[in-house]
Every structure is written in C-alpha cells, then in structure tokens.
Design a protein around this ligand. Structure first.
Ligand code: AFP
Length: 324
C-alpha cells in the first residue's frame, strides 16, 4: 500500500471512541515530536551541539543536555494550547498547572536517552495521559498508573515514529514525508516467549541474586538449566530497546542494584515506567519491579525511581520466579 494511502493519526482518532480532550493533547504532542525530531536531526549542523550539558541538573541529579531543556519547552508550549489540567515533566521540579478545571494530566520524559544525542542513536519522548475523577485534582496529587487512559512514546531514529495505546490495543505510526503520522501496517503483540534479553551487563557485580541467577542461566545457554541459547542487546536508550521488544519480543531489565543511588534502579516510575507498562500490558506482555506489576505501584514522590523489568510474558514470569 502506498504510504500516502495509509491512515493518518487524525483519521485514526476520527473513528476512535476516546476522550476528545485526550485526542487534542496527543495531537499536540505529535506536533511537538516533529519539532524535537527536527532539532535532533540538525544537531551539529544548523543547531549548536545539543548533546552538550547546560551545566544544570534536573530533579534527579541528571546532567541536563541542551536538547532536554529545549524538548521540555517545546512540549510545554504545545500542551498549553490544549484542555490539559497539569503537566509533570522529568525536567521540572514541580507540575505545571494549566487549568484548575482540567480533568487530564500528562507526565512526560521530553527526551529520553539524551546521553546518546551526540552518538547518533535513537532517542525519544515518553508520555502518559491520566484522567482524574474530578476537576481540580490535576497537579495537586500524584497520578497513579491505573489512572492512565493512554500512553506512548515517540522514537527519533532512522524513522520518527510513535507507539501508542488509548486503552484498546497498541498501534504504531511513522512520520511520512508529507509531515503526517501515518499508521504502520503492524498488529502489535509481544510474543510470549523469547531468547533475547536486554540489560547493562557491566553492572553484573552489583546485581541482586534473582537477577544474577536469571542472567547466568541465559548466558549458560544450551549447556545450562534453560537448555537454549540467548542473545543480548543493550541500546542504552529505553525507547530503542522498547521498540525492538514490541517488534520482535524480548525482555528488558533495569533492576535495583547495590550501587549508591540505584537502590530503586535508574528509571522513573511516573515519567517512564508507567507508560511502558501500560503499553506492554496492552500488547500482552508483563511489566514489573520484581515484586509487583508496575501499574499497581502507588506513587509516593514525583521523581521516584523504580526497578523495571518488562517484555515477553512467559520469560518475565520465569524471571519473577527467581524473586519468589
Ligand atoms: P539518559 O537519558 O541519561 O541517556 O538515560 C537513558 C536511560 O534513562 C534509559 O533510556 C536507558 O535505558 C538507561 O538510562 C541506560 O542506563 P545506563 O546508561 O546505566 O545503561
């Protein structure tokens, strides 16, 4: 099918029974993503090296890159024109309140993987859309994973693309040459079984026993207890690893470890894990912190981190059996 005839996201939303304000928020995010993608593509050409640090740190103590800050400003500006109540950004200490009457909040990691900007690797924007039970709540209380009505992530790689779920299956869109996001011909379901794991193996000496045992068995391959060989991938960019897992299955592990500051892993519950977990469950996979499903974790702090393991259901269940 020629790309020009593939359904645009506007037309997909036209026939989707979903919160109309929510649709306007997601379409505004699509506009922001096109701007961010263009900036990332121009790094070092028409724009200064956006991978350089600004000298500032975000709430998590991460070095902020120029593109982190620019991406956050682009997203915030796009959202200000919608009916959103509040915006929680990984790059901001506190929520941005747009409207006391808004029933929707959005959490966002405006640019995930920013340490990869100047290595030309796939980076992305991760978001979760929450609907509150009454007006006036947005921004006043932390959003809970089970309040999500939609979640997704944009990937800025060889293709600028979007993986999204509005609560009824997961769909993929690619940015076409005409500047429109068009649906990719891809029925998204994460295979229950896999022989591919993703973890930063340089941290092996810091892992807790359940993860150590699981990875050792994978590495032992056909000669070990699993009696099958495994492959390993680690992109160092969550959206890149996640996209691969949605495409061909696999498991991703960023567990807690014994390093100082990694007692709860590295990834953020509200800005990253909730969105990935919402998508993964919609695609038939599992997402856990090792003890409970990510979506069941009640948030305590806006920038809290969580261990995160997700992907192919049967493999995640095998991993979780090591925790019990
Ligand atoms: P940056 O945004 O600092 O590049 O971190 C990316 C990330 O949060 C996530 O996208 C990766 O999966 C993970 O960190 C990589 O962490 P390590 O560098 O510790 O492997």
């Amino acid at each position: 099918m020629r790309s020009g005839t593939r359904q645009t996201i506007n037309s997909y939303f036209g026939s989707l029974a979903f919160d109309e304000d929510g649709k306007s928020v997601i379409l505004a995010l699509c506009g922001a993503a096109i701007e961010i993608s263009a900036l990332a593509a121009q790094t070092g050409l028409t724009t200064e090296a956006l991978g350089d640090t600004t000298g500032a740190q975000n709430s998590d103590g991460d070095q902020q890159k120029q593109l982190d800050v620019l991406a956050d400003e682009i997203v915030s500006r796009a959202l200000g024109a919608t009916a959103l109540g509040a915006y929680f950004s990984e790059e901001r200490d506190d929520a941005v309140i747009f409207s006391q009457k808004g029933m929707l909040s959005l959490s966002c990691d405006p640019l995930d993987g920013s340490s990869n900007i100047d290595t030309n690797l796939t980076i992305g924007t991760i978001f979760s859309l929450f609907r509150h039970s009454e007006a006036g709540i947005a921004g006043k209380q932390l959003p809970h994973g089970r309040e999500q009505i939609a979640a997704g992530f944009f990937a800025y790689g060889p293709q600028t693309s979007l993986l999204i779920s509005c609560g009824d299956s997961v769909v993929a869109f690619g940015l076409d040459q005409d500047g429109l996001f068009r649906q990719l011909d891809w029925q998204i379901a994460i295979p229950a079984q896999t022989a591919e794991f993703a973890i930063n193996a340089s941290n092996a000496r810091h892992w807790m026993p359940p993860v150590k045992r699981y990875i050792e068995q994978c590495v032992a391959g056909i000669d070990g207890a699993r009696k099958k060989n495994f492959n390993m991938r680690w992109a160092g960019s969550l959206v890149a690893d996640a996209w691969r897992i949605f495409r061909r299955g696999g498991v991703f592990l960023y567990p807690e470890d014994s390093r100082s500051g990694y007692e709860h892993g590295r990834l953020r519950l509200i800005y990253e894990a909730y969105a990935i977990a919402f998508l993964v469950e919609q695609a038939g996979g599992l997402a856990s912190d090792g003890r409970q499903m990510i979506l069941d974790i009640a948030p305590e702090q806006l920038h809290q981190r969580t261990p995160l393991v997700f992907g192919s259901k049967d493999e995640i269940n095998h991993l979780l059996s090591n925790y019990r």
